[in-house]
Design a protein around this ligand. Structure first.
Ligand code: MN
Length: 722
């Protein structure tokens, strides 16, 4: 194989590279050379050239050129042996957000995969975390994970945050505190959840350092003091273990282990114990070649030092839920000092350090083109597999929900996070806030722009609902809401409304029928009503009225029953008519066969369960009148009605282009809306157009017909008779 310095040869290809100061590129390439083939390193160089040109002239607060930052982020990922796409995306991660380079340009120059990774990181950057509540932080973490389709996006973001934390000293104090808190509350827990230990440790220690600078300083000083003696002590023990290991013929390495500051701080806080108790626990890690040797090594250390009873844990046979595998034991060291020992293989160590990232580590033999989602699923499947022993599934469940969410997360105007199912609309959001907000909502804003109520929501949008007093839910909403809460609230509201409307109508129908028999509700009286309700098996008079209003019970029969009139042979149509005002709501509807409008002679048909349906007297359906006269009511229009009714007309025109548009314009000019239009018949010289329009009354309709008739290409116009 060719033995040469890739970094040097590749760098020599970049024009003017020799005059550049090296902002970490050489070291990055050195790292990449250890595991990536040359053509993939060239991709990384290309990303570097592109990014350096885009960030040209920009500086970090530390005073260094901006390009030093993305290279440092890439270095972190290279240390984790991530694939070339992830490294390239890391180098390009700020060009969209900070240099205005369009994502499409990245797609042109690189590929859609790298462009999507950079786009994902940029979107995460735009999210703002406000509240400090713990539940809120949890939701925010979930929202972040829900937003990303490729886990590498969050890996780039975590590495980005790590470098920003490393250079946080250059920031003003108030910004330092805010960013440090966000790191501890949002990013470190995500790194932990994804099992990426060294990122978690780095983020925690830096977050701790900037959030509590004094506590950090005290702890750091105390640790330094004990460290000198600690190092010597650990070295002595490590040497002894190494010797015993060689004597047994076991291959492996022994490392001293230092606890990280934040974990010591957390332990002190949780256990309320002094620093000395916690730092004076020493630790070492033994790495061997295979699982069998883990157990052999355990025997070796147990014969060197006495084990502390009850402290041995076998996570090799029974791994932890996040995939962690290791043997843990605590020994009585020299002078009786406790010594914590971890024994594991190199593979186990890799999983313990990189978690989900282990699945994107470059492997030369890996030729599968698995999608990012599939790789994340494989990681989960792997966790499930090693978890067969069946301990708590809580962690697994939470990771699964985070990585493959069926939820979206949106903000209220106050910055609270609201989880909703995928596909939820602004109406679902309104009902999730409160049933009253849903019932009274009239409009919605997403990110401050007015949108139709049926608009589906996307992750991290801010949603504002505009309500109006007296507003009512629209029955149509049921067709697009996705949450059970919204659906049942709308249905419940409709049911209540319908029921109160039918109670009103039923009462009027009964009173009218009683009048035909020279009586009235008042004359019947409460005592007789109570008695009658009992006989009918009903609980209240409103229940009776509702049944009457819905047409499930007939008013003339009920009137006779109330008055004790036995003669049921003749049921005639009542002389007194029911007055229709057009405001009865859902219990009064207008037949689509004859489209009655105010001014028409009309009849009402009591349709079981649907209330009264109004027909024109001229309607062909009145034939049924003879068959069931008891179901027909005399109805009349109220004098002043101010609403629109549907009406149907036919227009015969000459077959010329543009005629339909002309007729439609005339209708609009006559203050009417067209609900439906169709072409019924088209001949060589004549076309019949069918319109359903909205009119106020007969007078309005007559005016519209007159206006159409005057048109030059119109031959005939008429209202449709059913
Ligand atoms: Mn950045």
């Amino acid at each position: 194989m060719i033995e040469m310095d890739y970094a040097a040869t590749l760098l020599s290809k970049i024009p003017g590279a020799s005059s550049w100061r090296d902002w970490g590129l050489r070291r990055l390439i050195d790292t990449l050379e250890s595991y990536l083939p040359g053509e993939q390193i060239e991709l990384v160089i290309k990303a570097y050239e592109f990014s350096a040109a885009a960030h040209q002239g920009q500086m970090r607060r530390t005073g260094e050129p901006y390009i030093s930052h993305p290279v440092a982020v890439a270095q972190t990922l290279a240390d984790m042996h991530m694939d070339a796409q992830a490294i390239a995306a890391a180098i390009l991660h700020d060009v969209v957000e900070d240099t205005g380079t369009p994502v499409a340009r990245l797609e042109e120059v690189f590929d859609s995969e790298i462009a999507a990774l950079v786009d994902g990181v940029s979107k995460l950057d735009q999210m703002q975390f406000h509240s400090r509540a713990e539940a809120q932080a949890e939701s925010f973490r979930k929202m972040m994970l829900a937003m990303i389709e490729d886990i590498r996006v969050i890996l780039v973001k975590l590495a980005d945050r790590l470098h920003n934390m490393e250079t946080l000293g250059a920031m003003p104090r108030d910004k330092r505190v805010r960013i440090a808190r966000e790191t501890l509350e949002i990013y470190a827990p995500i790194a932990n959840r994804l099992g990426i230990n060294h990122l978690k440790v780095g983020l925690e220690d830096l977050g701790f350092r900037y959030l509590y600078p004094n506590r950090y300083a005290v702890l750091e000083r105390a640790l330094k003091r004990s460290k000198g003696s600690q190092r010597q002590y650990i070295k002595k023990i490590s040497d002894k273990i190494r010797k015993a290991m060689e004597a047994e013929g076991i291959d492996g390495e022994v490392f001293g282990r230092e606890k990280h500051l934040y974990s010591i701080y957390k332990k002190m806080n949780e256990k309320k114990r002094p620093l000395a108790d916690i730092v004076d626990v020493f630790g070492c890690r033994i790495i061997v070649t295979d699982a069998i040797n883990c157990y052999r090594m355990l025997g070796v250390v147990h014969s060197l030092y006495k084990p502390m009873p009850g402290r041995f844990k076998d996570y090799v046979a029974i791994p932890r839920i996040n995939g962690y595998q290791s043997l843990h034991t605590t020994l009585f060291g020299p002078n009786g000092m406790p010594l914590e020992v971890q024994i594991r293989t190199r593979d186990m160590d890799r999983v313990a350090e990189s978690g989900v990232a282990a699945h994107w580590q470059y492997k030369a033999e890996d030729k599968t083109s698995a999608t990012p989602q599939r790789r994340a699923r494989e990681w989960l499947a792997h966790l499930v597999e090693i978890q067969e022993s069946g301990s708590s599934e809580e962690f697994l469940e939470s990771v699964k929900v985070d990585l493959f969410p069926d939820k979206i997360y949106v903000f209220t105007p106050k910055g609270d996070i609201m989880p909703l199912p995928k596909g939820a609309t602004t109406v679902d959001f309104a009902y999730a806030v409160h049933t009253d907000v849903g019932n009274r909502c009239v409009a919605a804003k997403i990110d401050r722009n007015l949108v139709p109520l049926r608009t589906p929501l996307q992750n991290s949008q801010t949603v504002e609902i505009i309500t109006a007093r007296g507003a009512k839910p629209n029955p149509h909403w049921v067709t697009f809401v996705t949450t059970a809460k919204a659906r049942s609230a709308i249905r419940q509201y409709m049911k209540n409304m319908r029921s109160s409307e039918s109670v009103d109508l039923g009462k009027r129908l009964l009173d009218r029928s009683l009048k035909d028999l020279d009586s009235s509700l008042r004359k019947v009286g409460k005592v007789r009503m109570k008695e009658a309700l009992k006989e009918l098996g009903l609980n209240s008079d409103s229940e009776l009225f509702e049944q009457l209003g819905l047409g499930m019970r007939l008013a003339p029969l009920t009137a006779r029953f109330l008055l004790g009139v036995k003669d049921e042979s003749e049921t005639k149509v009542s002389a007194a008519s029911l007055v229709i005002a057009g405001t009865e709501g859902m219990v009064v509807s207008y037949a689509k066969c004859c489209y009655p409008i105010p001014g028409d002679e009309i009849m009402g048909y009591l349709s079981s369960g649907r209330g009264v349906v109004i027909h024109r007297n001229s309607c062909g359906n009145l034939i049924n009148f003879r068959k069931q006269p008891e179901k027909w009511l005399t109805v009349t229009w109220e004098g002043e009605i101010n609403r629109d009714f549907s009406s149907q007309i036919h227009v015969d025109t000459e077959s010329k282009t543009g005629v339909l548009a002309e007729v439609a314009a005339t209708i609009a000019d006559s203050d009417s809306n067209i609900e439906q239009v169709s072409v019924l018949d088209r001949h060589e010289d004549c076309t019949v157009l069918n319109f359903v329009l909205q009119v106020k009354n007969r007078k309005h309709l007559a005016e519209i017909l007159r206006n159409i008739r005057k048109m030059p290409n119109v031959m005939r116009v008429s209202r449709v008779c059913a």
